[in-house]
Design a protein around this ligand. Structure first.
Ligand SMILES: Nc1nc2c(c(=O)[nH]1)N[C@H]1C(S)=C(S)[C@@H](COP(=O)(O)O)O[C@H]1N2
Ligand SMILES: [Mo]
Length: 302
């Protein structure tokens, strides 16, 4: 029975809530079994002063209302279908304008110094959540590959697995999902690669086994299930910008003063709340990030 529980856990073949409950029972009754730590233990993480003190959304909110178009465009579809994604083995290749290009196995990423980062996430659609991520600064990874002086941008790609991703049969986007950051944004201490949330491994619908989190930008910049990181001199093409360049810019910093052509960005609905709240410039992270954009016209460079 214990083995069955672990198998279920690894194949993510049961609901996240059930996994969570099973995990608790499992750990209570079986300390000392020889099993991969990453598969059974809560992720070891230190607290961070960069976390918000706002109350996080429930695990249920965070894992049942998702955008992950590779598994369908409905908010409930990722929770239903993303379990099909095989997240092990998994490697992230980091190459391009770097001195030491290499691939990182997911197990080596789980051994990075992990922190809890409780961040607001603001989707361009006008909703928001507060999510307790577990992860590490992207800068910690990039330093290991030693970017060259020509590395001005960082491009990210989601794995493309048509056999496991029912949503990619429809060409809603030009797959694979691609995103990008300027190098200073990528090296910023707020920018993390997340491998978990609520103290446990990332559920597939949230971008397992590793996804980007850039809390001052609209949610679509926070690309899920990353298989490749490529450093380059020129600004890379990005999925939503390619699909609708007048609606989604490369920078996409949360900005209540610049409306989307079809909806206002002045307010947002925190999932679980009834009344709308005001959207803050840079999603409330302006003090930490505004200096990176000094002298830039953020209406033209939206
Ligand atoms: N590969 C990939 N990454 C993605 C998306 C996607 O469809 N595919 N959706 C984005 C959008 S629009 C948002 S708002 C966030 C949602 O993250 P969450 O489901 O963990 O809340 O993921 C982003 N990352
Ligand atoms: Mo989004």
């Amino acid at each position: 029975m214990l083995i069955k529980t672990l198998t279920d856990r690894l194949s993510a073949d049961i609901t996240p809530q059930a996994v969570y409950l099973n995990r608790r029972q499992f750990m209570a009754g079986s300390a000392g079994l020889l099993l991969p730590v990453s598969a059974i233990a809560a992720l070891p993480a230190t607290k961070s002063p960069l976390s918000t003190s706002e109350k996080p959304n429930s695990r249920d909110d965070i894992t049942s209302y998702n955008n992950y178009y590779e598994f369908g465009t409905g908010k409930e579809e990722p929770a239903l279908y993303a379990r099909r994604l095989k997240t092990r083995p998994w490697t992230v290749t980091v190459d391009g304008e770097v001195t030491k290009a290499r691939s990182f196995d997911i197990d080596s990423l789980l051994k990075m110094k992990l922190q809890e980062r409780i961040y607001r996430l603001r989707c361009v659609e006008g909703w928001s959540m507060v999510i307790p991520w577990i992860g590490f600064p992207l800068a910690d990874l990039l330093k290991q590959v030693q970017p060259t002086s020509r590395a001005k941008y960082v491009a990210f790609e989601t794995a493309l697995r048509p056999g496991e991703m029912p949503g990619v049969a429809r060409r809603v986007l030009d797959w694979p999902y691609r995103e990008g950051l300027r190098i200073d944004e990528a090296m910023h201490p707020l920018t993390i690669l997340a491998v978990g949330l609520y103290g446990e491994l990332l559920p597939n619908q949230n971008g397992a086994p590793v996804r980007l989190v850039v809390p001052w930008k609209y949610g679509f910049k926070s690309i899920k299930s990353i298989s490749r990181i490529h450093l380059l001199e020129k600004q890379p093409p990005t999925s939503w910008n390619m699909a609708a360049p007048n609606e989604y810019g490369f920078y996409s910093n949360v900005n209540p003063a610049v409306d989307h052509p079809r909806w206002s960005q002045a307010t947002e609905r925190r999932i679980g709340e009834f009344f709308k709240r005001k959207t803050l410039p840079f999603n409330g992270y302006g003090e930490q990030v505004a200096a990176m954009y000094r002298g830039m016209d953020l209406r033209r460079n939206f």
